[in-house]
Design a protein around this ligand. Structure first.
Ligand SMILES: C[S@@+](CC[C@H](N)C(=O)[O-])C[C@H]1O[C@@H](n2cnc3c(N)ncnc32)[C@H](O)[C@@H]1O
Length: 271
């Protein structure tokens, strides 16, 4: 089980993410970035892969874009479905692993928003996902996803912390109206490029006493941009743009968030 497979995480995801992005934001402007991308390339339909609770999917639907959604977590899909219904949309949202989902239709545009791709923990699963997504795209179809470049200083810090060395992240009000504090602890393995962490949720009563504690694990993999370039070539994509942020900032060597916009090409390296 990973963070997003837990019902309590899925139900509270939007609430604590809103709070998190008030103070720290690698993702400012993400909704309009994906909307612009979908408007430009989504004329034959969009698939939002690893759609989570549907932040992007619903934004696209609200702007009149045809979009389906898929996520490996049944809990996240069910929250996304409820939200869609609540806003009057009947969307096709199905649980599936991005390395193997098969859709009835082919799309001209695929998005993996806000670090969904980083949940693939090996080069093999990244390769499987890229190949599988390619199968679900029309010829010339476009895909966007993001990766984090390993950063020597951040990663060195994380190599010196254990996955139980918690730091306070934020306080928010959960879906039951209770105050919760979130702490997380992350450790980094430079050999596998995996960040392993634990998220600790403390539920508080009116006086601030802890009445419940839940610990939820999370693993994400960082990818050097050089390895991603070769992986894209291997799996049959050509790179159209690489950005350092959702306002299409340039992606220089120090940009942490790397946003890839790639096109399904007719050439694929035979292996
Ligand atoms: C950081 S969340 C992002 C969710 C959503 N894209 C957003 O912007 O709010 C990552 C999502 O990836 C999903 N995920 C992880 N591994 C996956 C896989 N192999 N296939 C499909 N979805 C996956 C998780 O369940 C989670 O909902």
């Amino acid at each position: 089980m990973d963070l997003h497979d837990f019902k309590d995480v899925a139900e509270n995801y939007d609430l604590y993410l809103d709070e998190m992005y008030k103070s720290e934001d690698n993702h400012a402007g993400f909704l309009d970035f994906y909307l612009d991308f979908a408007k430009e390339y989504g004329n034959e339909g969009v698939i939002d892969i690893a759609c989570g609770t549907g932040a992007v999917l619903l934004y696209l639907a609200e702007h009149g874009i045809y979009a389906d959604g898929t996520d490996i977590s049944e809990e996240m899909c069910s929250v996304a479905n409820e939200k869609a219904k609540g806003r009057g949309f009947d969307l096709n949202i199905f649980p599936a692993d991005m390395t193997e989902f098969i859709s009835d239709r082919k799309y001209s545009c695929a998005v993996i928003a806000r670090s969904g791709f980083m949940h693939l923990l090996t080069s093999e699963s990244q390769r499987a996902a890229l190949l599988n997504i390619r199968e679900n795209l029309v010829d010339g179809g476009m895909l966007t996803f993001n990766t984090f470049d390993p950063h020597p200083l951040f990663q060195a810090q994380q190599m010196n912390t254990k996955d139980t060395d918690y730091s306070f992240r934020l306080e928010y009000v959960n879906s039951s109206g209770q105050r919760e504090k979130i702490y997380n602890a992350i450790t980094y393995d430079p050999y596998t490029q995996i960040m392993s962490g634990n998220w600790k949720f403390e539920t508080l009563d009116d006086k601030g006493n802890i009445i419940e504690e839940r610990i939820r694990p999370l693993k994400m993999r960082q990818t050097y941009r050089q390895e991603m370039m070769y992986l894209l070539e291997l799996t049959g994509y050509e790179i159209v743009n690489v950005y350092g942020g959702y306002h299409k900032e340039s992606s220089n060597g120090s940009a942490k968030n790397v946003i890839w916009c790639v096109r399904k090409s007719d050439r694929r390296v035979k292996i």
